[in-house]
Design a protein around this ligand. Sequence first.
Ligand SMILES: *Cc1c(COP(=O)(O)O)cnc(C)c1O
Length: 502
Amino acid sequence: MNTYEPPIFELSGSGKVGASLPAVGVPTSELPSELLRTDDLQGLPELSETEVVRHFTRISQRNFCIDTGMYPLGSCTMKYNPKIHEEAARLPGFAHIHPLQDEASVQGALRLSYELQQLLAEIAGFDEVCLQPAAGAQGEFAGILVFRAYHLDRGDEQRDEVLCPNSAHGTNPATAAMVGFKVIEIATDARGNVDLADLRAKVGPRTAGLMLTNPNTLGLFDEHVQEVAQIVHDAGGLMYGDGANFNAILGIVRPGDVGFDFMHYNLHKTFTTPHGGGGPGCGAVGCKAFLAPYLPGPIIHHENGQYTRYVPEKSIGRVKSFMGNFGMFVRAYTYIRMLGAAGLREISENAVLNANYLRVKLQDVYPVAYDRPCMHEVVLQGKLKDAPDIHTLDIAKRLIDFGFHPPTVYFPISVAEAIMIEPTETESKQNLDAFIAAMRQIAHEAVETPEVLHAAPTTTPVRRLDEVGAARKPVLKYDRAAIAALRGQAASTDDQIVRPTY
Ligand SMILES: *Cc1c(COP(=O)(O)O)cnc(C)c1O
């Protein structure tokens, strides 16, 4: 029997209203007849305020989020979002301003933006920062456009290739291709670093730049990063830093000091602004002085006590409206100022410690892709002894029944059956131990009761969905028949639920 659930959709009933308007306090006037509707509005839902609130609250409770449980999604740095950020972002002087106001009337907001630019530049070792891009991927797009503008400006027109290691995040090659470059893949060596021999064979006069995530998406710090930068620079190319994994090295390594010319910061990863929810995020970009003239704008300038905006002389143009997503600047600024330099370093030390703790406690059961100390995330493999029919996807789905969001799976694509776990510094030892116990119990079930893993998840409102179908043929609006069909095949009955036992 299904547990009874109150209906979530189809709550409309004729005559119900959720608002009451005051009596008109001004004289009424007739609208010209050609502006009047003649037919009734059809199909609009009629609901009370209570019903609307319950509808959205119930739907929100079906989501797994960082405020309900551990979310060890590798590469995404799903760390706790401190609630003081929300208070800061709601201060009326920040929340109630308009981007078209006079600069003189928003000096405080401009000062905060300027100081955030300075802080980000200092933390990563760059000379100039622009806060405008709305996400890491848009920062990449801005960066590769800047690379192109720089080469063309110097008359260096034959550079039509961008190098990407095969462990790269999908956005790196996608970005290079969108800007019009040919993507050249570089191999990874046995220790998980860029393969220097392959790099030397492929770099040359057509190289516009190399895009590198460091620590990379194998969770490893590239041991030859300076040599990689030297090889690319000697060939006249530029070094793009994908800063998505910056959480591992805050206060320890500055990308600008080890050869990167340009980098994006994911404020929603490293600097705890929310991932989505409340609109776009911020993928600020930083660069060395020689690339600054090409940055998108506006950028904030400070002189004689005044904060003003400017667009660099050879700018690639805007990548987003106005300054970017100001609410995110307030949150990241609050975070950085609360922690200070010593606190930022401690974040990274603890993030790395937590990932290595998981690695050591799980490596006897789940093979580790590259056997050396990791940075802030560890890549395991869902290849279990004596469980040939169990795959990474089964393990990930069963974790949901244990109350954990699954880690990143099947990425990086260069590792078979990859399970990429990033616990972040915001999980306690108790939570890490609970996660370890769940992973070990799942490995045990994989051998003893593999059918449980194949059927997972069993405790969720819907069961294992057709993920390819969801991506290729999404149902994007409410469709009663489609949902009924989905529920019919998807909801667990009580006797199908397999609750975890340790
Ligand atoms: C998240 C991520 C990106 C893209 O960043 P968004 O802010 O999601 O656009 C790029 N590279 C890596 C390695 C990432 O983890």
